[in-house]
Ligand binder design. Structure first.
Ligand SMILES: NC(=O)c1ccc[n+]([C@@H]2O[C@H](COP(=O)([O-])OP(=O)(O)OC[C@H]3O[C@@H](n4cnc5c(N)ncnc54)[C@H](OP(=O)(O)O)[C@@H]3O)[C@@H](O)[C@H]2O)c1
Length: 286
């Protein structure tokens, strides 16, 4: 049976990546992609009407307020998109028997761990973005049983604006860059994450709950920048700095433990370097 899948926030980098791979699944999945202009998930009645009109099996929520620094001052807007709207999606999913696949973040943790974060580790966000995303998670858990909450970290892709693309483009024009070493985390390719999401749908996985999905290994933003510079033979363009001031605090350590995902898929995840190289290769061809 073909699954009908709604993808919200389709104009974001994850939404665009899912759209790109969707053509591989036309036989088994009917995707419906909606951008914010077509479905603003903060509008409860519109969300409900949309779910009522369509017979969705899944909703992949790629919509979010993702500007971590601006969220410190635009708290209400962030709260609306990352928490209240997620509640609307959860309630409509419940009413119309839809499985919700929601994307959350490593920023629900405070970064004081000294080993990778497991799904049931204590959350304790240290910025507004993390607070709002955690509240979104809680609304899902309170209102729904058939859900996947996938926490991921440091997303990048060939689409839109992200760290990998920005560094790549700056190095291409021979800029000299100073990048921070203070945070440890794992860059995650939207393509790898999209493939995992499709895996859940294609295999009608019923092991609902929270999952941590990133690549394997970890690095710092400087380490990631240095990797990109090595790819472009521009290692002398990048130098480390401990930290820069920013509006929002960020966890010093937000590495995610991927054991649960690897057990589910029965497959090791890719190392972050391998996945970054795939995107760098694709950026080089444009
Ligand atoms: N980026 C990361 O490093 C990272 C790390 C961990 C987790 N995540 C999570 O991963 C998910 C995907 O992130 P991403 O990087 O693909 O984000 P993104 O590129 O910023 O895309 C988010 C999309 O959501 C849309 N949107 C915002 N408010 C909306 C609303 N009220 N209704 C409908 N759409 C709305 C945005 O539209 P406009 O641009 O028009 O506002 C944008 O197209 C998010 O849940 C994010 O929290 C991201």
């Amino acid at each position: 049976m073909k699954s009908k899948v709604l993808v919200t926030g389709a104009n974001g980098q994850l939404g665009k990546t899912i759209k790109e791979i969707s053509s591989n699944y036309i036989e088994s999945i009917t995707f419906v992609f909606v951008e914010k202009s077509e479905l603003d998930i903060t509008k409860k009645d519109e969300v409900d009407r949309f779910f009522k009109l369509n017979d969705f099996d899944y909703c992949i929520n790629c919509a979010a307020y993702t500007n971590v620094d601006l969220a410190e001052t635009e708290i209400e807007i962030a709260l609306d998109a990352n928490a209240n709207a997620v509640k609307h999606l959860a309630l409509s999913s419940k009413t119309y028997d839809v499985t919700l696949i929601h994307i959350s973040t490593d920023y629900v943790f405070d970064g004081t761990n000294t080993r990778p974060y497991k799904e049931d580790d204590t959350t304790n966000p240290i910025n507004q973005y993390g607070e709002t995303k955690l509240l979104g998670e809680q609304y899902i858990k309170e209102n729904l049983e058939d859900y996947f909450i996938i926490r991921t970290s440091w997303l990048y892709s060939k689409f839109n604006k992200n760290f990998v693309k920005t560094i790549f483009n700056k190095l291409k024009t021979d800029e000299k860059l100073t990048i921070i070493t203070s945070q440890q985390g794992t860059p995650t390719s939207c393509l790898d994450l999209s493939n995992f999401i499709v895996f859940l749908i294609k295999n009608t996985i019923k092991n609902y709950g929270v999952y941590h999905f990133s690549a394997r290994g970890n690095t710092t933003w400087y380490g990631l920048g240095a990797h990109i510079s090595a790819y472009l033979n521009k290692t002398t363009n990048v130098s480390p700095i401990e930290d820069y001031p920013s509006k929002a605090k960020r966890p010093q350590y937000s590495v995610l433990d991927n054991q649960k995902v690897e057990t589910l898929t029965n497959k090791p995840l890719k190392n972050w370097e391998e996945s970054v190289d795939e995107v760098l290769k694709s950026l080089s061809q444009h």
